[in-house]
Design a protein around this ligand. Structure first.
Ligand SMILES: Nc1ncnc2c1ncn2[C@@H]1O[C@H](COP(=O)(O)OP(=O)(O)OP(=O)(O)O)[C@@H](O)[C@H]1O
Length: 483
């Protein structure tokens, strides 16, 4: 089993008996006749050649055409084939650049990277990083099955050595990333004994992102998928807010404001239409006070904050009572809007406020909102700098979490869950010069995704409060309508 074709390759021959043993009983070593070894190599060569048309159809067809034309027409044949191929390739690239990139460029790139980067360095990198397995004094290596390239990353499909688990790779992602010269490495389980290692080739999130245009009408606001920024694979980062609560953690200057404001901006037409109400808590008086006119309620000092939270709880409970036995899912309407309680620097309420009673009442209101609010259309979007339990012990009441730049490696798992760092969510290593960059667990994926929130500048907030539809200068007015 261990020595099976797909389970690894023998690297070390059995060694001599250990000198300390006076007598050592071992099975006799029988020399393998050369004909068997040559036969095995020949078999592998034939299998490789037979698989070539399936693995590289374009390259094999090209080579066959060249050979056939040369045989039929001497040198004129390959010259004509090359000219026609070049013209066809250029035309294809011109008229269908996306398919040309997918079928030609990325496949060629995958072949080069498979040979030049991964197969060439596979053995030394895996042995040095401790991923080679030993059994009966032989060494076995996981086996590269296939390398593919996407726009932004290489995906290396690996067959594991029997008896090992993906966790061994998850623990060594930094070794693998450095070993293969990639900025990061992510591990996905692809099936029994199979994993995919994802190595980004370049950072799609290196450049800041301008504020995204807000939807033109309230109909266009999808509260389950608010456009927030970009994922590292170039897809849009969308965040669910309706039916969940979101906790945003990050050190000062990490970009918590851009997450909050991107969410508010994405809901703008629905806020204007009265389908969404934002209850803003702003103890620092720096972040949310700027867009005060957009909010249903605003509070910035201990007493008023607690009053706001307790009013939200009262409204939530009144709604829950009305819905009991009649309505099972909340749909935003002008009578029963979607209520978002935005808490900036939540530690002010849970840990730093000098009045113990304020802390207790605030915490109790937050616990009630987060534990009962989801199904009746109440969501909490809270931001904090320090995710430790002493500062915020309600962490687990937030189903969705966003880890911006954090201070310490241990905080990553506190925010994103116990295996997040093993799966490559190095939030403590985020570049301080790239604020707004974060790790999130997007729906349906166990692997944390790196994202960057769009930056909503003061000028953008001015346009939002002034009533321009998209928040951009000169944009048309907001549309009305139901969500
Ligand atoms: N998404 C982003 N893209 C580019 N730059 C950003 C982004 N978010 C924030 N910045 C820059 O980083 C600075 C700090 O951002 P922000 O105030 O949002 O951080 P914060 O985490 O809220 O900090 P604090 O906790 O001190 O309020 C901003 O003034 C802005 O210049």
């Amino acid at each position: 089993m261990l020595g099976g074709k797909n389970n690894g390759a023998t690297q070390v021959q059995p060694t001599a008996p250990v000198p300390a043993h006076a007598i050592r009983f071992t099975t006799p070593v029988v020399e393998t006749p050369a004909v068997f070894i040559l036969g095995r190599w020949l078999w592998h060569l034939l299998a490789f050649v037979a698989c070539l048309p399936v693995r590289f159809p374009v390259a094999v067809t090209g080579a066959a055409l060249l050979a056939g034309s040369w045989w039929a027409l001497d040198w004129v044949g390959p010259a004509v084939v090359c000219t026609l191929a070049t013209i066809t390739g250029l035309a294809w690239r011109h008229w269908h650049p996306a398919t040309f990139r997918r079928w030609v460029t990325l496949r060629a790139l995958a072949l080069v990277r498979e040979i030049w980067v991964y197969r060439r360095h596979w053995q030394p990198v895996l042995v040095v990083s401790g991923l080679a397995e030993s059994y009966l004094e032989r060494q076995y290596l996981p086996h590269i099955k296939r390398v593919t390239c996407t726009e932004w990353a290489d995906r290396v499909r690996v067959k594991l050595v029997a008896g090992t688990a993906p966790a061994a790779f998850e623990e060594r992602t930094p070794h693998l990333a450095h070993g293969f010269g990639a900025p990061a490495c992510r591990v996905e389980t692809a099936g029994p004994l199979e994993i995919v290692l994802e190595f980004p080739r370049h950072d799609m999130l290196a450049d800041p992102l301008d504020a995204l245009p807000a939807p033109a009408t309230a109909d266009g606001v999808d509260l389950a998928a608010l456009p927030m920024g970009l994922c590292e694979d170039g897809r849009a980062w969308r965040m669910r807010l309706h039916g969940t609560h979101v906790l945003v953690a990050g050190v000062t200057g990490s970009g918590k404001g851009s997450v909050i404001w991107s969410a508010v901006r994405a809901m703008l037409p629905a806020i204007r239409a009265g389908l969404v109400r934002v209850w803003a808590v702003d103890p620092k008086r720096m972040e949310l006070s700027y867009g005060r006119s957009l909010f249903h309620r605003y509070a910035d000092d201990g007493e008023s904050v607690v009053a706001l939270l307790e009013d939200a709880v009262a409204e939530m409970q009144e709604r829950a009572e009305r819905y009991a036995g009649r309505v099972r899912a909340h749909t935003p309407s002008v009578d029963d809007p979607f209520d978002v309680v935005v808490l900036d620097e939540v530690a002010f309420l849970t840990a730093y406020h000098p009045d113990r009673d304020i802390r207790r009442r605030a915490e109790s209101a937050m616990a009630t909102l987060t534990s009962q609010g989801r199904s009746v259309g109440f969501a909490v979007l809270a931001a904090l700098q320090d995710p430790r339990k002493e500062v915020m012990n309600l962490r687990n009441l937030f189903p969705d979490k966003i880890a911006l730049r954090l201070d310490e490696a241990s905080q990553v798992d506190m925010v994103l869950g116990s295996d997040a760092r093993d799966r490559g969510a190095d939030a403590h290593l985020i570049d301080p010069d790239a604020p707004g960059t974060a790790f999130v667990r997007v729906e349906g994926s166990k692997v944390p995704t790196r994202v960057r929130a769009a930056y909503v500048s003061d000028a953008d907030i001015d346009h939002m409060t002034a009533g321009d539809g998209s928040g951009a200068p000169g944009a048309p007015g907001a549309g009305e309508g139901g969500a």
